[in-house]
Design a binder for this molecule. Structure first.
Ligand SMILES: [Zn+2]
Length: 297
């Protein structure tokens, strides 16, 4: 549990499951987080697929599928039809709900060490809270716990899974800490070979509190954020697009891109890692395009 890394989370809605997939063999340590924003469902489903299907052959993969647990437990439910019957996934909220944060929203929020003024509710955004602290609200505590995971588990590669609306400036992006931008660039070339077009951005210098920035600056991990497109996160659509079956942005494709991006990041990190990370058991893009998500859930 996340509370094993920060005791202050114990018996709070901020606690959530941390899955350690251990090959039992020497190797690198890869962290995958999803559900920082509970409405960004492709990342959550990709993370769950790792937990349920990945076979780790060298090193360890540590997965936190529902990081914003307080924004997920009270969520709407997404019904996915599978061969075994319906299965329900959370469709949560972007922010830690006000009733769980424990600290009232300030008039304006400044991320740690940042002069950039954000709306007060952004203090409940886990991805503006890094490196976090246990002496503030629940979002800050969750962020602190993730920093402790990075350090305690000696993480070498850390990947934060997100989604954005179609008009967002980071749609279909891999955002990388500048220290590992080379790995991100190689990753994008690999994805292009599979006809998956992603764009690269490095952590902006003026914005702080972001996972890729603070994880990479404050730990040994190469830090990345993968951003697929969720049509339901666009503004002012009526009726709102279906987050699962939208013809332009079907969920299977977004999950496939998340899995392919993780695969390519792991592969392209190998030159810098010793010992390495090896895993199998997950579908590639072509398999999900052909068979959909259903056989995997
Ligand atoms: Zn996000």
């Amino acid at each position: 549990m996340l509370s094993d890394y920060l005791g202050a989370l114990k018996n709070t809605p901020g606690d959530s499951a941390v899955y350690v997939l251990d090959s039992g063999k020497p190797g690198a340590n890869m962290l995958i987080t999803a559900g920082t924003h509970g409405n960004e469902i492709a990342g959550i489903m990709a993370a769950v697929m790792f937990v349920e299907h990945a076979s780790v052959e060298a090193g360890r993969i540590i997965v936190i599928p529902c990081l914003n647990n307080p924004g997920i437990i009270a969520s709407a439910r997404l019904n996915i039809q599978t061969a075994k019957g319906p299965r329900y996934f959370p469709l949560g909220t972007r922010l830690v709900p006000a009733e769980h944060q424990g600290w009232e929203d300030p008039p304006a929020y400044f991320a740690p060490n940042s002069a950039a003024e954000l709306p007060g509710y952004e203090q409940r955004n886990i991805n503006r809270a890094y490196p976090g602290t246990e002496d503030a609200g629940l979002a800050q505590k969750i962020a602190r716990a993730v920093m402790n995971v990075l350090e305690t588990e000696n993480i070498n590669i850390a990947i934060d899974l997100h989604e954005a609306g179609p008009a967002s400036g980071v749609a279909w992006h891999i955002v990388a800490n500048p220290k590992n931008a080379d790995i991100a660039a190689l990753t994008i070339l690999d994805l292009e070979e599979k006809n998956i077009t992603m764009h690269i951005e490095t952590s902006p210098s003026e914005m702080r509190g972001l996972s890729h920035r603070e994880w990479g600056d404050r730990s040994n991990a190469a830090a990345f954020l993968v951003e697929t497109v969720n049509p339901a996160q666009g503004d002012n659509y009526a009726p709102p697009p279906d987050p699962v079956h939208d013809p332009a942005f079907p969920l299977w494709r977004r999950v496939a891109v998340q899995l392919e991006a993780i695969r390519a990041i792991a592969e392209n990190s190998k030159g810098k890692l010793s010992p390495q990370i090896e895993y199998s058991g997950l579908p590639d893009y072509a398999a999900l395009e052909k068979g959909g998500l259903e056989p995997w859930f």
